[in-house]
Design a protein around this ligand. Structure first.
Ligand code: AVJ
Length: 321
């Protein structure tokens, strides 16, 4: 595709100052923590793509099959001529199924923190869907995001939030996010949300502890990314990936565990890690119907349709105000 045909990009990528501020705040907290949104630099997005093809990581495979199987019913339940706004669009593999199946989508706005993943996916989708206006936004969607106006008027907005990305947020943060989606889509809008469902612990833990070690590499890449973007001096060999399911909180909790006593320096400040100290870097919440409905309700929305994969391995929910 030539440069002129490339859709205009709204670039609100996190600045080095944003990343530095979050890093300093997280390292000063007890216990230490770093935000999982910074996993997704160019390399992090590539590693995540590899995760989605691992035998243990059932989420993507099951959701893609569910989306394909349920698409006729989804197209019936979703109002015609929507502006599709996707949060955390990544590689856009699920988007293709959705845009193909919906009735006359007018425009597509992917919101993605990883500029390289966003540009690659939108270039591909623009070639496949020449009649759908592409309005990519590179941004951290936990911050207010201005959603572009399509040139042809859409009848309503469909928020698309697959992948159980919602699970990366604590209950309070997930509530804020759903409320901001509610505001984005307005009173006539709808939201199609993918959620991973509570199941046996072995299956869930294996998905975050793959035998090939790709997930460990993905987690450790956060430190490499910070070293590059905020000038920290994390020693990647000094930390180890740990992911375990905590039933009381219905979530996978992922940590980087310090392998020895060590100091890490950021912006002229030193942060001491003890041997065995666990820094929290990601949550992946798993849902029951009751828990998800309560979350939607707190954000002023209700579940109007639900589709589950075989054995309730994964769910898609359609929400309306
Ligand atoms: C981005 C939410 C789809 O939490 O399952 C995968 C990210 N982290 N393996 C998830 C992730 C480790 C993933 N999502």
């Amino acid at each position: 595709m030539d440069a002129l045909a490339m859709p205009p990009l709204t670039d609100l990528q996190p600045t080095p100052d944003d990343i530095l501020g979050d890093t300093l705040a997280g390292l000063a907290a007890t216990p230490k923590t770093l935000p999982s949104k910074y996993f997704y630099d160019a390399r992090g997005s590539q590693l995540f793509e590899r995760i989605t093809r691992l035998p243990e990581y059932y989420l993507t495979r099951v959701e893609l099959a569910l989306l394909e199987a349920a698409m006729p019913a989804i197209a019936q339940a979703v109002n015609d001529c929507p502006h599709v706004v996707e949060y955390g669009s990544g590689s856009g593999r699920k988007t293709r199924l959705l845009l193909e199946g919906l009735v006359d989508p007018v425009a597509y706005t992917p919101i993605e923190i990883s500029r390289s993943a966003l540009l690659a996916s939108v270039e591909r989708l623009a070639g496949e869907f020449p009649d759908i206006e592409m309005l990519p936004v590179c941004a951290d969607f936990t911050q207010p995001v201005p959603v572009p106006e399509p040139s042809r008027e859409a009848r309503h907005t469909l928020v698309f939030f697959p992948g159980s990305t919602l699970g990366n947020f604590t209950e309070a943060a997930a509530g804020r996010l759903l409320r901001s989606m509610h505001a984005t889509m307005g009173t006539r809008g709808q939201a199609l949300i993918g959620i991973d469902l509570v199941k046996d612990i072995g299956t869930m833990e294996a998905a975050y502890n793959d035998a090939a070690g790709v997930t460990a590499e993905f987690t450790l890449n956060l430190l490499a990314r910070l070293n590059r973007d905020v000038g920290s001096d994390f020693d990647l060999a000094g930390f180890r990936h740990l992911a375990r399911y905590v039933p009381e909180r219905a979530r996978i909790e992922t940590f980087l565990v310090s392998q020895r006593d060590q100091d890490v320096h950021v912006d002229g400040r030193a942060f001491r890690f003890a041997e065995g100290e666990a820094m929290q870097v990601e949550y992946s919440h798993k849902y029951t119907d009751a828990a998800f409905e309560a979350l939607a309700g707190q954000a002023g929305m209700r579940v109007v349709e639900r589709w589950n994969a075989p054995e309730d391995a994964f769910g898609l929910r359609l929400l309306q105000p």
